[in-house]
Design a protein around this ligand. Structure first.
Ligand SMILES: CC(C)(COP(=O)(O)OP(=O)(O)OC[C@H]1O[C@@H](n2cnc3c(N)ncnc32)[C@H](O)[C@@H]1OP(=O)(O)O)[C@@H](O)C(=O)NCCC(=O)NCCS
Length: 160
């Protein structure tokens, strides 16, 4: 990222199929997908019940959040900010957009799961008013071969 880009304010927009490569580049940099295995991302961008919000600078996606509409609730699927853009309130901005969208859908609650060890994400969610609903044991596959599965913390924000 050059200095000019670092000084820009990213534009918040709803992402579509056309943004698949830029979104995948962000995930590849974070290690969430490997180059060429974009099926999950492509499905999210196409699913009628999913909205993907992105923060874009010079056609690069520097952060995104995905939310699913369910019959009575909404579920946050992911929030990711480029490591070079963290600590500037971008995740908070994305989450506020997700909350606004869930309210617009008339969802009763916004739900999420997060790795119990993900302190920065848990602080983000608590700061936005999410409350703890319990632990789901062994929910996440191990990060490396030989490691144990990780528990999920279930959290929710009442909207109604
Ligand atoms: C978690 C993550 C999305 C935060 O993004 P960010 O843009 O840096 O967050 P923001 O600058 O908007 O910070 C908002 C709040 O989040 C919390 N937070 C963010 N980074 C933090 C850190 N390193 N340590 C502790 N709390 C942190 C704080 O409560 C912060 O509020 P504050 O600035 O008033 O203290 C980012 O670190 C990330 O992409 N992590 C990898 C992906 C991930 O784990 N996603 C969540 C699970 S899907």
């Amino acid at each position: 990222m050059d200095r000019d880009a670092a000084e820009k304010r990213p534009t918040l927009m709803t992402l579509s199929d056309a943004d698949l490569e830029a979104l995948a580049a962000l995930e590849v940099a974070h290690g969430w997908v490997t180059a060429g295995s974009f099926t999950r991302l492509a499905a999210s961008l196409r699913a009628p019940e999913t909205l993907v919000f992105g923060l874009v600078v010079d056609e690069a996606v520097v952060g995104y959040a995905a939310v699913d509409r369910q019959p009575f609730e909404a579920e946050l699927q992911a929030v990711l900010v480029d490591a070079r853009w963290r600590g500037r309130g971008l995740a908070r901005r994305l989450l506020a957009e997700v909350v606004e969208q869930a309210r617009a859908w008339g969802s009763e609650r916004l739900l999420l799961e997060v790795r119990v060890g993900n302190a920065s994400a848990i602080a983000l969610y608590r700061g936005a008013g999410f409350e703890d609903d319990g632990i789901r044991r062994g929910y996440y596959p191990p990060r490396q071969a030989g490691a144990v599965r990780e528990d999920a913390r279930l959290m929710s924000l009442a909207l109604a």
